[in-house]
Each structure stands twice: as C-alpha cells, then as structure tokens.
Design a protein around this ligand. Structure first.
Ligand code: CMC
Length: 389
C-alpha cells in the first residue's frame, strides 16, 4: 500500500541495481563490465565475453580453456529430444522450438533447479550455453525435414553450431573461418543490453525462485516479439516488401511518417538510445565487408542504406531522435550467411544467452531482490452486487 505511481512500459522506473552493462543512450555508449563494445567486438571471442558477463572479469587463459571444454562436453542432447523435435510441425517457428527446448531442459535436469545452490547454478549455466545452439540447429533441421547431426566436440562453439545447422551426414561440411568470425562477433554484439524486455522477463520469472531454465525459456518468448529481437526478421521482410514493390524508399518513409496502417520503420528507434546505436555502427561496417568477402550481391543492402539516409535527413526521425538499432543491418548478414529469415531471432537468442544468465545470477545473489510484483491503478467498476435470481 502507500503511494503508487503509474509508469506504463517502465519508462522512468529502475527495476534493479546492476553492475553488468552500462548504456549512455544520449552519447551512444555501450559497455559490458566497463569494456567498450567496439573493443570487445574487435578483440574478444563470444565465450570470453560470456565469461566476462557472468563472472564480472575477463577469464584467465586457463579459465577460458576450461569453460570452453566444459561447454563442448555438454553439447549433446538427451536422445529423447529427437522425438521432441519430431513432434513439431515443419512450419514451427524456431523461436517456438527454442523456448520449448529451454523449458524442456528443466525436465532433463531436475537436479539443477535450485537457484540458491551455486554449484547447480554454475552447471545449469554451462548446460544452457552448451545446449541452446544444438536446439537451435535442430529446430532448423526439423523445419527442412533433414536429419539431425550430432554435435562435434572437436569444433569451436560457433563452428559446431554452423555445422549442425548447415551440414549433412552425407558430406563433409567445410566451415569457412571468415563466417565463424563474423557470427562470433555478432553474438558478442548481442550478448547483453541491460534491462530490455527479455532480460527483465528473465529476472521477473526468476524472482519467484523459478529455475534458470524456465526463466530463459520465458526470455526467449519475450525476445520473439517484433518490437524486440523479432525486429531482425521484420526488417528483412520489410526490405523484401519494399524491393518487390519497386524499391521506392521515399514512398515507404512517407507511409511511416503518416503512420499509415501503423507501419513503422523496423530496425529504427530505441527506448534508451537517442543517438546511433553503437552496435548498429559496428554491424553496418561489417555488412559491406561480409558481402564482399562472400562475393554476395544483395540489393536489399543498398535499399537499407538508402532508407537510413532518407530517414536520418527527415524531420520526423530527427525530431524523435530515431536512429538505426542493432537489428537494422544484421538480417542482411544472416541472409548472406545462408540463414532462413525465420531463424534470425533465434540467432539473437543464442547471442543474448550469456546476458540473461549473468543478469539472472546477479538478481538471485542480490539481497535487495524481492519477487517482482508491480502494482496497478485500478480503473474498473466500484462495488456492485450480483443480481437476485
Ligand atoms: N518507425 C516510426 N516511428 C517510430 C519508430 C519507428 N521504428 N520508433 C518510434 N517511433 C515514433 C513513435 O511512433 C513515437 O512517435 P509519436 O511521439 O508521434 O507517437 C515516437 O517515435 C517515440 O516512440 P515510442 O514508441 O514512444 O518509443 P518506445 O521507447 O516506446 O519504443 C521501440 C521503442 C524500439 C519499441 C520503437 O522505437 C519501435 O517500435 N521500433 C521498431 C521496432 C524495432 O526496431 N525494435 C528493435 C529494438 S532494438 C533491439 C531489441 O531490443 O531487440
């Protein structure tokens, strides 16, 4: 009881104190544990960043090697998962399979559900990091009706995922080291973003002392939405639509400005950034390089660049401080790497997993944590009485 303030969307309300990720939205700054995102994207690796986010410091070479080894050893799923995947229709969206898969891990690991046992939490964290890429790759394979490949623990994190996604048992899959490097870098860029919708969901579910698996499963559901991680799929579909309609970028931007049929410029805008999203700047630079390296020509990249140019020069976007966000260019890269459009958001989820884990662990260990239970402002009927019959 007491004084309740109304803040839809938590625009002005901090839900927690956190030492994981720092964002200055006006300056366009993003740091994980103090390290600028640009430096990590250039110099680090995804597993090193995962450790950094989860444990607070960069790992020593020995810590990193042992972390990598632990993950490799756990990439194999219980054989029961084969019938689990077989039960989904081939049209199943990969995010549906991924969320269900994360939840099912709780069923296979009933001994890892206690949030207050640090050894169980460490093991659950490694299990999730190891198994989510296998689940994502299997979701892709099931949708194609192709056989599921077992993980290969001699391969690195991203290589193993790419092989399970694109390889066939009848042929040797040559993993292009350039592709591995690009995807590893994209995973780093997605690894955490403080109290966004999915991370807040993970924390909220965990605040009831639910397991890490259930919390991450709920986070995957939140990420799927087109205003959040689902924007990467929505951007590519938007670019394809504009392209198929003749490529008139100005006409599309006018439609957005006039809010015709609620059309938005997907991949633009952000609750916190009132400046260029620093992740988008790194991705934009990488996109051209990736297409050149892979020898891919994609008219959608030119279309995206034209859209950005027109929007950034337009009063509507200038006044509202709307800039490209991380999802604006990633889809063009994922497409060039051969991923189907509906699997883009699952790639975001694989990247965001260390952040969900780090934030959940911070929440569980914070003595100030209470069950998440927002108040409301009641606007319904005053007391009335059930009619006499
Ligand atoms: N296109 C057109 N207008 C926009 C857009 C957009 N992409 N984004 C915001 N606006 C307008 C909005 O209509 C509002 O205008 P008005 O004041 O006239 O009503 C104004 O800008 C402020 O926007 P808001 O909706 O109050 O901002 P928010 O902080 O509630 O929403 C957002 C943030 C990311 C949901 C929103 O910008 C959006 O829908 N963007 C498109 C979807 C997208 O790209 N999402 C990915 C976000 S980044 C990565 C991630 O989280 O996954």
């Amino acid at each position: 009881t007491g004084y309740v303030t109304l803040d839809p969307g938590f625009v002005n309300t901090a839900s927690c104190a956190s030492a994981v990720t720092y964002i200055d939205g006006d300056a366009g700054i993003l740091r994980y544990r103090g390290y600028p995102i640009e430096e990590l994207a250039e110099k680090s690796s995804f597993l090193e960043v995962a450790w950094l986010l989860i444990h607070g410091e960069l790992p020593t070479p020995e810590q990193l090697a042992s972390f990598d080894e632990q993950i490799r050893e756990r990439t194999l799923l219980n054989e029961g998962f084969r019938s689990f995947f077989a039960g989904f229709p081939t049209s199943a969206h990969p995010m549906s399979v991924l969320s269900a898969g994360a939840s099912a891990l709780a069923a296979y690991h009933p001994d890892l559900l206690d949030p207050f046992d640090p050894a169980q939490v460490d093991e659950a964290s490694v299990q999730l990091l190891a198994k989510l890429p296998t689940i994502a790759a299997y979701a892709h394979k099931s949708s194609l009706g192709e056989p599921l490949l077992y993980p290969d623990s001699s391969l690195g994190y991203v290589e193993n995922f790419l092989r399970m996604t694109f390889g066939l048992p009848t042929g040797k899959y040559e993993v292009d080291p350039e592709v591995v490097k690009i995807l590893d870098m994209l995973f780093i860029l997605h690894a955490d973003h403080e109290q966004n919708c999915s991370t807040s969901t993970v924390r909220l579910v965990g605040s009831s002392n639910a397991s890490l698996f259930s919390s991450v499963s709920a986070g995957i559901g939140a990420l799927w939405g087109p205003l959040h991680g689902g924007a990467n799929q929505a951007v590519l579909e938007m670019l394809e639509r504009i392209h198929n309609d003749g490529g008139d970028v100005k006409a599309f931007v006018n439609k957005v400005k006039n809010k015709e049929d609620g059309v938005k410029l997907m991949g633009f805008g952000h609750r916190v950034y009132r400046n260029y999203d620093p992740r988008a700047a790194v991705v934009k630079k990488a996109t051209r390089k990736v297409l050149d390296t892979l020898g891919v020509k994609d008219p959608l990249l030119d279309l995206a660049m034209q859209l950005e140019e027109v929007a950034l020069a337009d009063d509507y976007f200038v006044q509202r401080k709307l800039y490209p966000n991380v999802d604006f260019y990633t889809g063009v890269i994922y497409k060039a790497l051969g991923f189907p459009v509906n699997s883009f958001t699952a790639l975001f989820a694989l990247g965001r997993l260390p952040g969900w884990i780090a934030q959940w662990r911070e929440m569980i260990n914070d003595p100030a944590t209470k069950i998440g239970r927002p108040r409301q402002v009641y606007t319904g009927s005053t007391e009335r009485h059930y009619p006499a019959k």
